[in-house]
Design a protein around this ligand. Structure first.
Ligand code: NAX
Ligand code: K
Length: 509
């Protein structure tokens, strides 16, 4: 088992399986053996023993059901009472035969007197459910038919605090495998045992929340294609972090220009500059009307125009503030003509030139992204915020296509999209981080990273997306460090940055 960092689409997984299956490698045997092992371990944790416990196996028409049936047979062989619910008239034949041989019982969904409700009672009373309704063959739109009704009834039990422990086979049934959507009945799991490598739905919002803990079973698949969606872990971010060499000085470490805050919203200017300084940028150059306040809070900051290596534009910049908007437009000149990397947030999003490169990182939340799509896209791109939340990867990709920018879409799971199909999903942010000013801290932190690595950003158009994903991870870790498991103020998140970065670099996070 390895942590989930990389995911591949259903097509990529099938392509990797193909040569192994053709040469007779027993993939399903390996998969079901590992699955039964996880189920047995969970039963021991739940009931203190395996034999004598009760397992319900939900069986769909495909190989996902096959995995579940073989695992059910192994569990029955260990003295577990296994009830298999067959959601289709034809299920995996040898899997079914193995289950029956091992003493497992079967019911055909729909043929049971009492209907789906009666089956839901049987399943609901089990200690553990093995969900083998749908895997990578799912066509999306949730689980359909009677199995969908069963999933809905089980979901109601779980929502009420009851219901059995659920182990999903490969994926929680009903999620959009490659796009992470949740567009119909989905059986939420406590643990997902996924085969060969993770699938995008296990990393992407909103589906990822249905997976519970994810365990990857190595089947020896040759997954050498570029992964579809990646989650960075602390060691990756330590490798991306701009550590100053011994001969560094403030200009080599990067100067970040900041256009943020107005008299009406001065706090954004303080938070952006504080985060950039504490993330270790060489120098911050602040442009705006609240320079006195910024310098009083952060004497390290210089004010007035001059050379910069990167920009953070937009936090606390309101449409009514003509002077700040002019400064943003002026900064875009350098960004477009000299290729200075930039973070474009909040009030600067409206001022984005028609087309930029991936060295520009947009950091909208779902509402801001919906507005940007509406303004820059065609008729099909005019979608409400809820549509962006339902399909974050799709719409972040679309915003990248329309603008040319790298797009970091904020949310409980932050999605980042860059050129060449690169995508990240970072889930480090505790829910407490959803607070005013947290986005300003992220904008300052990411600006600092871009300023320090501006030359590398010129050379590698995919680097800004990696840096943005890294900033999201550091942001989440800093919130945890500021107050583990409790409320955090944005300023406390910024103040936790130095210790967070030190821990990251020392391999302690
Ligand atoms: N190919 C292999 O030998 C291996 C496959 N594995 C398992 O096989 C799974 C993929 O198997 P399949 O390709 O058979 O696909 P699935 O088992 O995911 O299911 C496909 C079946 O479900 C039906 N279906 C699709 N969408 C539906 C929906 N929304 N509601 C209701 N029914 C729907 C289809 O008509 C089709 O019959 C993987 O997820 C994994 O669990 C593993 O055993 C590893 C090896
Ligand atoms: K499943």
């Amino acid at each position: 088992m390895s942590p989930v960092l990389l995911s591949w689409t259903s097509a990529q997984v099938r392509a990797a399986e193909e040569p192994l299956l053709a040469s007779g490698v027993p993939l399903m045997e390996r998969a079901s053996f590992a699955l039964a092992g996880v189920a047995a371990r969970e039963l021991r944790a739940l009931r203190g023993r395996v034999a004598g416990s009760r397992v319900a196996v939900l069986v769909g028409a495909g190989n996902n059901g096959g995995d579940a049936l073989f695992a059910g047979a192994l569990l029955a062989g260990r003295g577990v009472r296994v009830d298999a619910v067959l959601a289709a008239e034809r299920v995996h034949e040898s899997g079914l035969a193995a289950l029956v041989r091992a003493g497992g019982r079967t019911v055909l969904l729909g043929a049971e007197p009492g209907g789906v409700g009666a089956v839901a009672d049987v399943v609901g009373d089990a200690d553990l459910v093995v969900d083998g309704l749908l895997g990578i063959g799912a066509r999306g739109g949730g689980v359909r038919g009677a199995a969908g009704e069963l999933v809905t009834l089980l979901g109601e039990r779980r929502a009420g605090g009851g219901g059995p422990f659920v182990v999903a086979v490969d994926l929680p049934s009903g999620v959009g495998v490659d796009d992470g959507t949740r567009a119909g009945p989905v059986l939420d799991a406590d643990v997902t045992v996924t085969f060969g490598g993770a699938k995008p739905a296990l990393l992407l919002p909103p589906a990822a929340a249905a997976a519970g803990r994810v365990e990857v079973v190595d089947l020896g698949l040759p997954l050498d294609a570029q992964p579809a969606v990646v989650r960075l872990e602390p060691a990756d971010v330590a490798g991306l972090w701009p550590v100053p060499p011994p001969d560094a000085h403030k200009y080599t470490r990067g100067v970040l220009g900041v256009v943020a805050g107005t008299r009406a919203y001065p706090g954004a200017a303080v938070l952006v500059t504080t985060a950039a300084v504490l993330a270790g940028v060489g120098m911050v150059r602040y442009l705006g009307d609240v320079a006195d306040l910024v310098v009083a809070r952060r004497p390290e900051v210089v004010t007035g125009t001059g050379r910069v290596q990167a920009w953070t534009l937009g936090p606390g910049v309101s449409p009514e503030d003509a002077a700040q908007r002019r400064r943003v437009e002026h900064a875009f000149d350098g960004i477009v003509h000299r290729g200075e990397p930039a973070v474009v947030d909040a009030g600067a999003l409206d001022l984005l030139p028609a087309h930029v490169g991936p060295h520009v990182v947009l950091t909208p939340h779902a509402g801001e992204l919906a507005r940007l799509l509406g303004e820059r896209g065609g008729r099909d791109d005019r979608v409400p915020r809820e549509a962006v939340e339902a399909e974050p990867l799709r719409w972040a990709r679309r915003a990248h296509e329309l603008t040319g920018a790298t797009v970091l879409l904020k949310g409980a799971v932050t999605v980042v999209v860059g050129p060449h199909g690169v995508a990240y999903a970072q889930a480090e942010a505790p829910p407490w981080l959803a607070t005013a000013g947290a986005g300003d801290v992220l904008a300052g932190l990411l600006g600092a990273m871009l300023a320090a690595r501006d030359a590398d950003v010129h050379d590698d158009p995919t680097l800004p997306a990696a840096l943005a994903a890294g900033a999201a991870l550091v942001h989440g870790h800093a919130a945890d460090r500021a107050n583990p498991g409790g409320p955090v103020a944005a300023r406390a998140v910024a103040q936790a940055l130095p210790a967070t970065v030190a821990a990251l670099l020392a391999g302690r996070s």
